[in-house]
Design a binder for this molecule. Structure first.
Ligand code: ZN
Length: 492
């Protein structure tokens, strides 16, 4: 029901900029060094939330799906960048490395990325911000975000060679936001000779900013625009968590946007700005031997599915490696129950959280400390997010502090809900492992970040992201990614 006061409410368009791997520590360092004038300006003219909690695993596709749908992975069903689809009996990978994609087959990998992720894999039972707006006859734009599920059909334009090599069908629609920009495959600016548009097929900060500037200049911004800036993730992976130079480079790109107004003040008067990260990154040891936890070695007594062959009749387990987090699947739960795999992981002191589903509850173990912990929703303990839990065992395993009735989280923010939802995010018999900061998992063809940084894990280094908001005094009900959708819709 609309009241008369609501009718008079003319909200400013919201521009939400997701800076992949924006972290509070890096941003603070850049601000101290005066390397980030736009961030500084927005912070002084808005609210700053340094510790928003990401869902688990802390991988962009899962995080962005949670952000857009306001649900955990157990509802939106996008478990990770890499996961095993039991129904189709195959490993899905939306793009960790070219080596892995080539082994899984270029056609299938690109089909998954361009079509299946948004059209099929995200549950039909959840709605994104784009869909909510379209259902209310409002429009929205998505620029270079990997998650864009919407109600409008868009057709890609693939380069000839790629179309031929990967056998891609251009006549099939991607269901996306009403305004949709996606690399060089779907864009607002009709043609461009600029070379940077072709760098990584137009998935770079410069191209994202150029598309945003196009909408601003033409005064075509819809009520809600989401802009994804991918580059900082790669720089932090390589140079580590304290790479303030990366923030400086992002800020220069934001200056490009803000300088297109008569003044920066005009930019914040005209629009509501939300600038946030999507996942953090944990530091990675510079000793390669120690840094990389090779799951093929840990499980060498078992027959592990080879990427190139897919599942064969004698395969016993499948590795779904998401950098600092891994899904380990049993293909033969009668002979190889996932509990039997746990002791092998417990032997490794670089694995700090191991968890799996045991009927209606979750079991937790660790390679760092001895002990057993078990929990399930609905119990006598209440956490900061008004969730209640039954909990029994060694709470140190998840760094929980219990009082008579409450739970406080330590190094693993919102650990219980995030583990519970991850272990209910898709079908199959699997356990999950999360690495201690300093280490990352590898399987066949996994990317590595020795001496740099990496993410995916449950730890706060992977999980906490900052957010700057201008143009409103309101704030989300809780400071978690899963709570942002409802709040964003309230701004529109
Ligand atoms: Zn990354």
């Amino acid at each position: 029901m609309e009241t008369s006061s609501e009718k008079e409410f003319h909200p400013k368009p919201v521009i939400m900029i997701i800076v992949d791997t924006l972290m509070d520590v890096t941003l603070q360092k850049a601000l101290e060094n005066n390397q980030a004038p736009v961030f500084q300006f927005l912070k002084e003219n808005g609210q700053y939330f340094p510790t928003i909690v990401s869902p688990f695993p802390t991988m962009s596709v899962t995080v962005d799906t949670t952000l857009l749908t306001g649900t955990h992975p157990d509802q939106h069903r996008l478990p990770g960048l890499v996961w095993f689809n039991k129904k189709e009996n195959r490993l899905i990978n939306y793009g960790t490395s070219f080596k892995e994609l080539r082994k899984l087959g270029i056609h299938q990998s690109l089909e998954d990325l361009f079509f299946n992720l948004n059209n099929k894999h995200i549950s039909q039972d959840v709605t994104t911000i784009h869909e909510e707006l379209e259902n209310n006859d409002q429009t929205s734009a998505s620029i270079n975000a990997l998650v864009f599920k919407g109600n409008t059909d868009h057709y890609y334009s693939f380069p000839k060679l790629m179309k031929w090599m990967a056998q891609l069908d251009e006549n099939r629609a991607a269901r996306a936001s009403s305004e949709f920009s996606y690399g060089r495959f779907s864009k607002f600016i009709p043609s461009t000779q600029n070379k940077h548009f072709w760098k990584r097929f137009g998935f770079n900060n410069k191209a994202s900013v150029q598309e945003l500037n196009h909408l601003i200049k033409k005064d075509k911004l819809p009520p809600f625009t989401i802009v994804y800036l991918p580059d900082l993730d790669k720089w932090i992976h390589k140079h580590g968590r304290m790479y303030a130079k990366g923030i400086e480079k992002v800020d220069q790109q934001l200056q490009n946007v803000f300088d297109s107004f008569d003044s920066w003040e005009e930019a914040v008067e005209k629009y509501t700005w939300i600038i946030l990260g999507d996942n953090g990154q944990a530091w990675i040891d510079s000793d390669k031997q120690r840094a990389l936890v090779d799951l093929r070695g840990i499980f060498d007594d078992f027959k592990i599915m080879k990427l190139k062959n897919g599942v064969t009749s004698d395969d016993q387990i499948v590795l779904g490696v998401n950098e600092r987090m891994a899904f380990i699947y049993s293909l033969d739960p009668n002979n190889v129950p996932v509990e039997n795999l746990v002791p092998l992981l417990e032997k490794d002191d670089r694995v700090d959280v191991i968890a799996w589903k045991n009927k209606d509850h979750i079991e937790v173990r660790s390679g760092v400390q001895k002990g057993e912990l078990r929990f399930h929703p609905d119990g006598d303990y209440t956490d900061d997010y008004e969730q209640t839990w039954f909990i029994k065992g060694d709470t140190d395993l998840l760094d929980l502090t219990l009082t008579e009735r409450t739970i406080e989280y330590g190094e693993y923010p919102d650990a219980l809900a995030r583990l519970h939802s991850c272990l209910n995010s898709h079908d199959g018999d699997y356990l999950i492992a999360s690495a201690k900061p300093g280490y990352e998992f590898i399987g066949e063809g996994s990317p590595t970040h020795v001496g740099g940084a990496s993410h995916g894990g449950l730890h706060e280094q992977d999980s906490l992201i900052p957010m700057i908001v201008t143009g409103t005094d309101s704030s989300p009900s809780h400071l978690r990614m899963v709570d942002l959708k409802e709040w964003i819709l309230s701004l529109l």
